[in-house]
Design a protein around this ligand. Structure first.
Ligand code: 1CP
Length: 356
């Protein structure tokens, strides 16, 4: 029905903000919004063998993606998957060990790349594309016409750290050593990730993703020169490859902890919007980033965990500085699993009730 009301319903504030259009409300979603802080997630997870099983189950993964939408009516759903499905689909052994985290069969040198193969890449990732289709159907059938679906991937540097360290790391010693000692060899790993990450993102858009986010969680480990080489350049390559196929797809870059390197990153990568971690001062971001492109962020997830007056104050500070330009409210990193639901509700009410 083409009434003015129906038109209004079809607007998606999240996509409008990324396209620098006027918004009917400040769009918001939370990184890791589907996850262990939700009782309905824990319940579904308990019936599955493990995290990967759930990520490769298009019905369960769709259900989990929809949980925070049904409960909170966030402005964007983010595909439930993980950045490590890319090395997994290249044939690297991956498991998520409860209480420990991801474990991979580490690459000790660039020559170990020959253990990997791209032959089954899209077959392994087929269930993820199926999930994307299922979520689009669910959003539409359940009347969430104003909610957009975000697809995502890890950026090459961050994914390479897991492939080389064999799991989470504090100092990324093996990865940094390889990058300094054998930059050409390390480049071969990054270049493979550039190519496959771009293909993976394009396939998610083919399946129905309406925006993409590139997670680069561990860039604070790099000096400015290495940042240019292993973060800015590969991200820019991925963005151009995606744009050749989908010139208008919004791409959010999230180089967590980039600090002053955010400036070269937003200038040189071609991303649509910058995801900001909590360490960026919002007045600096308003002046130096938001004047160039839409920004997203950056409430400290631990402030959300703590709640109370500090939470309201932090939200007001962010909104006072950033609501005047293109902006998506989010956390500065993933939500902590011990966050009370009541604090999430408090944050949403504060953002929704904000009058500039
Ligand atoms: O036991 C569980 O339920 C598993 C916990 C979990 C979840 C919920 C993992 C394991 N991954 C995920 C989902 C996930 N991961 C999403 C889903 C969408 C959402 O709701 O946001 C996304 C976008 C990610 C991305 C991801 N995975 C990143 C980048 C963002 C970030 O948090 O920095 C990284 C680094 C990972 C690796 C990862 N996945 C899981 C673990 C325990 C880790 C290691 C984290 C670390 O090294 O500290």
């Amino acid at each position: 029905m083409n009434t003015p009301d129906a038109n209004k319903q079809n607007a998606k504030p999240f996509l409008d903000a990324l396209n620098k259009k006027p918004v009917s409300r400040i769009p918001m979603w939370f990184m890791r919004q589907a996850g262990r802080y939700l009782p309905e997630y824990r319940e579904l997870r308990a019936g599955k063998n493990g995290f990967l099983d759930m990520a490769y189950d298009p019905v369960a993964a769709c259900e989990v993606t929809m949980q925070p939408i049904r409960r909170f009516h966030m402005d964007a759903a983010i595909l439930f998957s993980d950045i490590l499905v890319v090395p997994h689909a290249l044939g690297q052994h991956l498991e998520f060990v409860p209480g420990v985290g991801p474990k991979l069969d580490a690459l000790d040198c660039p020559g170990d790349l020959n253990r990997l193969s791209r032959d089954n890449f899209h077959t392994v990732l087929g269930p993820v594309y199926e999930t994307v289709k299922n979520v689009r159907t669910a959003l539409s059938e359940e009347g969430f016409d104003d909610v957009a679906l975000i697809g995502f991937a890890g950026s090459p540097w961050t994914v390479a750290t897991y492939m080389i360290e064999g799991g989470s790391s504090r100092d990324f010693l093996k990865t940094k050593e390889m990058a300094y000692r054998d930059p050409d060899g390390f480049s071969a790993i990054i270049d493979l990730l550039v190519e496959m990450t771009a293909e993976y993102c394009i396939a998610q858009v083919d399946a129905g993703a309406q925006a993409l986010q590139l997670f680069d969680s561990w860039v604070s480990a790099l000096d400015a020169d290495q940042f240019g080489r292993w973060v800015t350049r590969p991200t820019s390559d991925i963005v151009s490859r995606i744009r050749k196929v989908y010139p208008d797809i919004p791409i959010i870059g999230f180089p967590k902890g980039a600090g002053i390197n955010y400036l070269s990153y937003v200038d040189q990568t071609g991303i649509t919007a910058a995801g900001m971690d909590s360490s960026l001062p919002v007045d600096w971001a308003a002046e130096n980033l938001q004047t160039r492109l839409p920004v997203q962020g950056n409430l400290d997830p631990f402030c959300l965990l703590a709640g109370g007056q500090a939470l309201d104050d932090a939200i007001d500070r962010i909104l006072q500085n950033l609501s005047g330009g293109p902006f998506v409210f989010n956390l500065g990193h993933g939500i902590n699993k011990d966050t009370p639901i009541a604090h999430v509700e408090q944050a949403i009410a504060r953002v929704r009730g904000f009058k500039p």
